[in-house]
Write a protein that binds this ligand. Structure first.
Ligand code: ANZ
Ligand code: ZN
Length: 802
């Protein structure tokens, strides 16, 4: 019989389904292992082989762990709310529910193909009311604790999508979805107070087994800066300008002040003479995005307000400017400018001819122009001679005594704008009452279901399409029962994915988001696998939710993902695989031609899993041929009864050792090479027959990579139960050492001595060793060696004359 991939793969898929082989059972008595893929957004394009890389890694790992005695939770689901389905609805008039269901069906079919051990009984879908009921529930809990609040603030506004955008959806000042320039719009927004968790989100990174670069990105996103708030009195007026500075030590070098164009004091302090110029400038600045404003090498712009502040420590007046390089949403939206030691200030001061006073110099002497390094203080009265770190403390103390400053910590992290003016999302479960203000929908009334609408288009007024449905909007206040109106904003796409990993533990629970027992057993996630593009937001939001749910007392851990692995992208001809680039390889075609096991094995072979890898169909063919070879090798020897030879024992132990080490190190590409080397060696040995231990080891270890073939060969070897019920083979150290052998040393064909040499010794080494033996000297003395023979591993024969 030939290796029929289609037949074999279909056979084992249905066998697994019949036996419920992938059902995760928390009562198995085994230790658990939760291996999770970042769940996909089911787009209309289907999956390509690049997507499969991560899914294959996680499945190989899950199966490998299962063979180490763990009860595996390896679930899959759909992150299905969001803009693409809604934009599709707008264009084609198809309800997002319908297009989403179609896409899910296609994704599921493709994911079933891969032969992954997904427990489909636990499938979840963020758009299922039974799921989003609990997404709404957590919102209510946050609202009750003051962590969900409403705030009027300028939001990023996409004029084309007609919706507010979170900062992370603005890329280079453009809408991440449609590419239009993003503007600002003042609106009431639901916000989540993620900043209340900033320190915990930062500190707890230390306890995670995550790639260092991901931790670094999270730290940078949280952006903790220690510094001070310092207040400067406006000359001739009552107002004070408060600044945030990380360099209070440079206070004596402050030569001017800058307000962000949005700063509330701009209006008040601008003098009549400057008013027209300032107003024009502010108007222009408001049209720019934060990103444009922060471009480092752009020429600095700004205007003088006509106002001055008083320096708190010396008798000096500092002119106050408005400039767009100062952002309103960082610190206090105002700075003391120290051009000698801050690059942006230096550029600005040079351009506007403002004074530059150096106050820090390197230990080894003064420098010209801008200096941002460490050093000692100069031109700073009582601070002179102090090092920067000491001077920071001393300056704060000095100013604190005068009531003009206090130490503070500032974060780059902003509260999370948790609202979209769009249809396809979880309705925010709030009712607005004239008398009671915003009131949460009582938990027992959840879910607030998304109603049917006729038009999906955002209204463009800033309101969601839900606002146009009176039956949805008009309701009564849960507190005072007066007529009231429902919130019509929906949640951002990140909402469901911020806690979905908890739901898999207990996906059908109708009384609670999950039961404590289920979550206590399965969570936290032991291994989380996905793309590095989620390094910051999804992972940060999930960590925030987990900490919040921990604070609610519902779980006993406060980090969701103990270990994280981010797989590299798959490219084709050097470009990222994507439908829009027209360079996708569809797994359906590959499976038809080569089988899914070859595809899986190739996905693992293609390169170090964390690195980008280039798809190459020749490589895939090589792997497919390799699997055929394994099939024939096992088939030809399946009923063999030869005992294991020492050479095979040694090969086997060495193979298991190498393979296991590479698996543990997540070096799956070299793990596949270990198979190839082993099978090469076995092909040579096969002439003398292969024993069972050899065949079983090969089959068992191959199974996580090529599960259908693994099962088939295991059955061929006479086993009734699944190969995944077996335990991963072990190895003994003693077989890893290079062997030594005792061989005979002959002179003219008669044994004259024995010697021990390395089994791998070369002919020259063996002969040299033989000639050097003390026992040989009497036989060689005065003789001429005319011929010397080494029979590997058996004997040395020296033919002598004279
Ligand atoms: C005086 C000073 C002197 C500063 C010096 C720096 C160097 P990080 O580290 O990112 O927190 N700053 C404060 N608020 C700002 C805003 N809204 N827009 C633009 N810049 C702002 O940076 C903190 C520093 O960035 C602050 O410290 C402030 O300039 C500036 F030699 O104050 B510094
Ligand atoms: Zn009320």
């Amino acid at each position: 019989m030939d290796y029929q991939t289609q037949q074999i793969e279909a056979k084992w898929k249905s066998r697994w389904q019949e036996t419920g082989a992938h059902r995760a059972n928390k009562d198995s008595g085994k230790p658990k292992y939760y291996c999770l893929d970042m769940f996909p957004y089911p787009s209309g394009n289907g999956l390509h082989v690049g997507h499969w890389r991560g899914y294959t890694i996680s499945d190989v790992w899950s199966r490998y762990k299962r063979m180490h005695g763990f009860e595996i939770l390896h679930p899959m689901g759909w992150d299905a709310f969001g803009l693409p389905a809604e934009n599709y609805a707008i264009q084609h008039g198809v309800h997002p529910r319908i297009s989403t269901a179609e896409n899910v069906a296609n994704f599921k079919r493709q994911l079933e193909e891969i032969g992954a051990m997904y427990d489909w009984d636990r499938e979840i879908n963020t758009t299922d009311p039974e799921f989003y009921r609990w997404t709404q529930y957590f919102f209510v809990k946050m609202f009750e604790r003051g962590l969900a609040y409403r705030k009027k603030m300028p939001i990023n506004w996409c004029p084309s999508c007609k919706t507010g955008l979170a900062n992370e959806e603005v890329v280079d000042g453009k809408c991440d979805r449609c590419g239009s320039d993003v503007t600002k719009k003042e609106m009431y927004q639901w916000m989540l107070k993620i900043t209340a968790y900033a320190d915990r989100l930062l500190d707890d990174l230390d306890k995670l087994d995550w790639p260092e670069h991901v931790k670094r990105m999270q730290r940078a996103w949280i952006g903790r800066s220690e510094g001070a708030h310092i207040r400067f009195k406006v000359a001739g007026r009552d107002e004070e300008i408060e600044v945030f500075s990380t360099r209070p030590d440079t206070i004596y070098g402050a030569t001017y002040m800058v307000l962000a164009p949005e700063h509330p004091l701009v209006q008040a302090i601008t003098t009549d003479a400057e008013r027209a110029t300032v107003e024009t400038y502010v108007e222009e600045a408001l049209r720019k995005s934060n990103i444009e404003r922060q471009v480092v090498d752009k020429t600095k712009t700004g205007v003088f307000t006509g106002a001055y502040v008083e320096h708190p420590l010396v008798n000096r007046k500092l002119p106050v400017y408005v400039a767009d390089y100062v952002l309103m949403d960082y610190g206090t939206g105002a700075i003391m400018a120290v051009p000698a030691h801050d690059e942006r200030d230096y550029e600005f001061a040079t351009q506007f001819g403002l004074e530059i006073i150096p106050v820090v110099q390197p230990v080894d002497g003064p420098v010209e122009g801008l200096y941002t390094g460490d050093g000692v203080l100069i031109n700073s009265e009582s601070l002179n001679g102090l090092k920067v770190a000491e001077a920071k403390r001393a300056a704060i103390e000095l100013l604190e005594k005068r009531g003009q400053a206090e130490a503070t910590v500032n974060y780059r992290l902003r509260d999370w704008v948790f609202a979209r003016q769009r249809y396809w999302g979880e309705p925010i479960p709030i009712i607005h009452c004239e008398h009671c203000g915003p009131v949460a929908v009582p938990v027992e009334q959840l879910p607030v279901r998304l109603p049917e609408v006729e038009r999906y288009e955002p209204t463009g007024t800033g309101e969601s399409p839900l606002a146009a449905i009176p039956e949805f909007v008009n309701t009564t206040c849960p507190k005072c029962h007066a007529p009231a109106k429902r919130e019509t904003d929906t949640m951002p796409q990140w909402a469901g994915s911020s806690w979905y990993f908890l739901r898999y533990a207990d996906p059908n629970n109708a009384e609670a988001p999950f039961s404590k027992e289920a979550v206590d057993y399965w969570l936290p996630v032991d291994m989380y696998i996905g793309g590095v593009e989620h390094a910051v937001l999804h992972l940060l939001y999930s960590r925030f939710y987990t900490k919040f749910i921990y604070d609610l007392g519902l779980i006993t851990f406060d980090e969701p993902f103990s270990r994280l692995f981010t797989q590299g992208m798959m490219t084709l001809n050097g470009a990222k695989m994507s439908k829009s680039k027209g360079n996708v390889v569809n797994p359906d075609d590959i499976i038809r031609d080569y089988g899914v096991d070859a595809l899986r094995m190739y996905e693992m072979f293609v390169g170090p899993p964390e690195d980008e890898a280039e798809w190459n169909t020749n490589g895939l063919e090589g792997v497919a041929r390799f699997l055929q070879r394994v099939f024939r090798l096992v088939q030809a020897n399946a009923t063999s009864t030869v005992p294991e030879r020492e050479s095979l024992t040694k090969l086997r132990h060495r193979f298991v050792a190498a393979l296991t080490e590479r698996m543990e190190g997540f070096r799956f590409n070299t793990a596949v090479s270990a198979f190839m080397e082993y099978v090469n060696a076995l092909s040579t040995e096969a002439k003398q027959g292969l024993d069972r231990a050899t065949l079983e080891t090969l089959t068992m270890t191959l199974a996580p990579f090529a599960p259908h073939l693994g099962e088939e060969l295991w059955e061929m070897l006479g086993h009734k139960r699944s190969v995944f019920e077996e335990t991963w083979p072990t190895f003994e150290e003693k077989w890893l050492k290079d062997d030594e052998l005792e061989i005979a040393v002959q002179v003219n064909g008669r044994v004259r001595a024995k010697m021990v040499i390395a089994a791998e010794a070369s002919q020259d080494e063996a002969i040299a060793a033989a000639k050097a033996l003390p026992d040989m000297q009497e036989w060689l003395q005065g003789k001429e060696v005319v011929k010397q023979i080494y029979v590997k591993g058996r004997l040395v024969n020296l033919v002598v004359k004279g």
